[in-house]
Design a binder for this molecule. Structure first.
Ligand SMILES: NC(=O)c1ccc[n+]([C@@H]2O[C@H](COP(=O)([O-])OP(=O)(O)OC[C@H]3O[C@@H](n4cnc5c(N)ncnc54)[C@H](OP(=O)(O)O)[C@@H]3O)[C@@H](O)[C@H]2O)c1
Length: 361
């Protein structure tokens, strides 16, 4: 083997590193140019290792090739998923965000706070909530923050939060229902509700209904979460509370499909009752992986999408839609089945014990 090539390997890696830095800092590159560039770089990088033995050539070739493919995917992702870059302010607005002590919820809270909104962080754990508040205070340079407790697995806690907001707030412009769980086995709340159903859907149903009158007086918006991986959803009303059987993939997917159906149904009801509240669903993105580079991009896009819905005209002028990448996306036939949505509404009213006097309809 000719070891004189070894110093060149360091150079190749450094060249590649610099290319990544250069590409990831460019705002836009036409796809054709990117592909041509990638092809050229692959060829020239491979040319330099020609003098190594064939096995090493193969390994280095495969590594370099995979590297460029990943870079191309990353660039493609950033070009095809638009960012919400508008600088609209929210100075006179009040926003309530649940599950806002970490992840997407925290990022959206920080972004809206930096646009001037007053933020009510509704968190399950008050200590984690305090830390989140400190972080936002520092990074968004604002003091217009307050903290409230909510535990979606406890209907009483949801009613308490709603009561507190209705008694203390004069307006509520945006309600962002956020926060979910994905568990490996069957757990039930104290009142016997399966935990995915309670936390990822029923809690949002109850909180949205309880706060609808206040939102309505400020021409408000409701944002609800939904994932795209719905293939395992069956939404059998008879087994929605996992009384007949339990499957962890199905219960998570069911909770996401339920949010899509609820969004449409609530939008239809608001339109029929002339309640000026826009209700839309945002894409929660894919499940996080340990491959941080892409996970971070997905998380960032999910945040952009939520900010877009909370701030833009789109988020006010359309209702009953599902947004991904700051655009309306089509949903499956099942997610637009009005008969199923009506059944789900009745089921949810029963399970949350939503009283007539609590509901605006
Ligand atoms: N497509 C998919 O299949 C898919 C996509 C995305 C996420 N997931 C799964 O969903 C789970 C959550 O995802 P994520 O980390 O992105 O979370 P997330 O939706 O951002 O939710 C996390 C937030 O929800 C809060 N929360 C959790 N349970 C709560 C409750 N009972 N009451 C009030 N707040 C509650 C958390 O508070 P604490 O800090 O107190 O826990 C945290 O603030 C993960 O297991 C993830 O793998 C699946």
């Amino acid at each position: 083997m000719d070891w004189s090539i070894v110093p060149n390997l360091g150079q190749i890696l450094e060249d590649l590193r610099l290319e990544v830095v250069a590409y990831t800092h460019k705002d836009f590159l036409p796809t054709e140019n990117i592909l041509t560039e990638i092809f050229k770089k692959c060829c020239s990088s491979l040319g330099l290792v020609k003098r190594l033995n064939p096995f090493l050539q193969l390994i280095i070739g495969a590594v370099v090739f995979s590297f460029w493919i990943l870079l191309a995917l990353k660039l493609f992702q950033s070009i095809t998923i638009p960012c919400y870059a508008s600088g609209e302010r929210m100075d006179d607005k009040t926003v309530l965000i649940t599950g806002s002590n970490r992840g997407r919820g925290l990022e959206v809270a920080r972004e809206l706070a930096s646009r001037g909104a007053r933020i009510i962080l509704a968190c399950r754990n008050m200590q984690r909530g305090e830390e989140a508040m400190k972080f936002i205070r520092k990074t968004a340079n604002t003091t217009r923050l307050s903290l409230a407790k909510i535990d979606f697995s406890d209907m009483m806690s949801i009613r308490n939060l709603a009561h507190q907001v209705l008694s203390n707030e004069t307006r509520l412009d945006v309600l962002i229902c956020n926060g979910s769980v994905s568990l490996d086995r069957l757990y039930r709340t104290e009142t016997g509700v399966e935990v995915h159903l309670a936390t990822n859907y029923l809690g949002f149903f109850l909180l949205s209904n309880l706060l609808l009158s206040l939102l309505s007086s400020s021409d408000g918006r409701i944002l609800l979460p939904a994932g795209q991986d719905l293939w395992s959803a069956d939404l059998e009303i008879d087994n929605l509370n996992s009384e007949l059987r339990f499957n962890k993939k199905t219960v998570f997917a069911n909770s996401q499909l339920a949010n899509l159906l609820f969004t449409r149904q609530l939008a239809v009801r608001c339109a029929a009752a002339k309640i000026p509240v826009a209700v839309n669903c945002y894409d929660i993105g894919k499940q996080r992986t340990s491959f941080n580079w892409f996970s971070a991009t997905r998380e960032h896009n999910a945040v952009e999408n939520m900010v877009h819905l909370a701030v833009s005209k789109d988020g006010k002028e359309t209702s009953g839609n599902y947004f991904t990448g700051c655009k309306i996306a089509k949903v499956s036939e099942r997610a637009s089945d009005s008969a199923l949505a009506e059944k789900l509404w009745n089921f949810s009213t029963f399970f949350t014990n939503l009283q007539e006097e609590e509901s605006i309809f």
